[in-house]
Design a protein around this ligand. Structure first.
Ligand code: GYE
Length: 329
């Protein structure tokens, strides 16, 4: 009897061990089925960027079949190179990168190619001689965005002898800055009455823009006459408006016309309230498009090399409560 109980007990332990082992293997298989994405993000410098990160994380979620290794480069391109090299060592399936600035990518992307890992570039671009280093790019046409802003200035200041413009640039060398600045610079050449009274770097952040604008206004011996402030994103616009108002300027309604890019929720609210005269849309919800590139490749297809997102512009009168509620960012 004792021996039978002992045998039953041993059988029970053995079957429990077997079941555990099965559970382990199953979990491992499930894990192994996930497509591993190494992602390098610029940072969290703006509301746009935060919305972009959320969109990427949602699209590359575990429920959609991905294991996402997300790295925030804190606005330093060196950090992007380090994390991409780590992804290569970890042998991820795909690398997705939102590059900070365009230059300097050749070596690290060659390393990814040598390791056989496709690289998908999202939002801004990289400037590389060999186009095959990038599998696909998903993003916006920033020069076209700048052109929309320039057209608005042309239309609204058509009969003026002199238009005084302050320009706040985004992160130098980033595609968004190059495109938006490029359109304005080209327009200066065609409009001799446009006068660039000050150009400053805002680095796409509210804090830096507030600081440079405040310092500029404080250091001017005569209060400058400003018609237009061309900011390259919403956070720069918020910083500029704060500094302008503190210095006694009126934004909107016959005062300074602040132009902004992104059209995030708070940017649109400031536009509806008249403080931002024009919002040029830039859509941060690029996760689904980037994910569709990976899916196409997983299914054995060839993704489109370049995909641009559709964008529009907003004026104060366009912004209704319904529009604000319907925005995902
Ligand atoms: O406009 C700005 C962000 O690269 C399009 O980067 C992006 C820009 C966006 O920090 O808000």
């Amino acid at each position: 009897m004792m021996r039978m109980i002992k045998r039953l007990f041993l059988m029970l332990i053995a079957s429990m061990l077997f079941l555990c082992a099965c559970g382990e293997t199953e979990r491992k298989v499930a894990e192994d089925n996930l497509v591993v994405i190494g992602m390098s993000q610029v940072g969290a410098e703006s509301d746009w960027r935060v919305a972009n990160s959320e969109s990427m994380k949602e699209a590359f979620s575990e429920k959609n079949g991905y294991r996402l290794l997300f790295d925030d480069a804190r606005q330093k391109q060196e950090n992007q190179f380090t994390s991409i090299r780590r992804f290569i060592q970890q042998r991820v399936d795909y690398i997705v990168v939102m590059p900070i600035s365009e230059d300097g990518w050749e070596s690290v992307l060659e390393e990814a190619r040598d390791a056989g890992i496709p690289v998908i570039v999202v939002d801004r671009r990289v400037n590389v001689g060999d186009g095959s280093l990038v599998t696909a790019h998903v993003g916006a046409d920033f020069y076209a965005e700048g052109t929309s802003a320039v057209k608005w200035i042309e239309k609204n200041y058509a009969n003026r002898d002199r238009v005084n413009i302050v320009h706040i640039r985004g992160t130098m060398g980033s595609t968004a800055q190059i495109g938006r600045t490029g359109a304005l610079t080209a327009a200066f050449r065609n409009h001799t009455n446009w006068n660039l009274i000050k150009e400053m770097d805002g680095d796409f952040t509210q804090a830096k823009t507030y600081e440079v604008m405040r310092d500029y206004l404080e250091s001017s011996s005569v209060k400058p006459v400003i018609d237009v402030v061309y900011c390259e994103n919403d956070n720069e616009a918020f910083g500029a408006i704060d500094a302008l108002e503190e210095a006694g300027y009126k934004c909107g309604d016959g005062g300074v016309a602040v132009i902004s890019f992104d059209a995030t929720h708070d940017g649109l609210v400031a536009c509806r309230d008249g403080k931002i005269a024009l919002e040029v849309e830039c859509n941060p919800l690029l996760g689904p498009l980037a994910e569709s590139v990976v899916r196409t490749m997983e299914e054995g297809g060839v993704p489109e090399k370049n995909q641009n997102v559709e964008e529009s512009i907003f004026l104060p009168e366009d912004i209704t409560d319904e529009l604000l509620e319907s925005r995902g960012y």
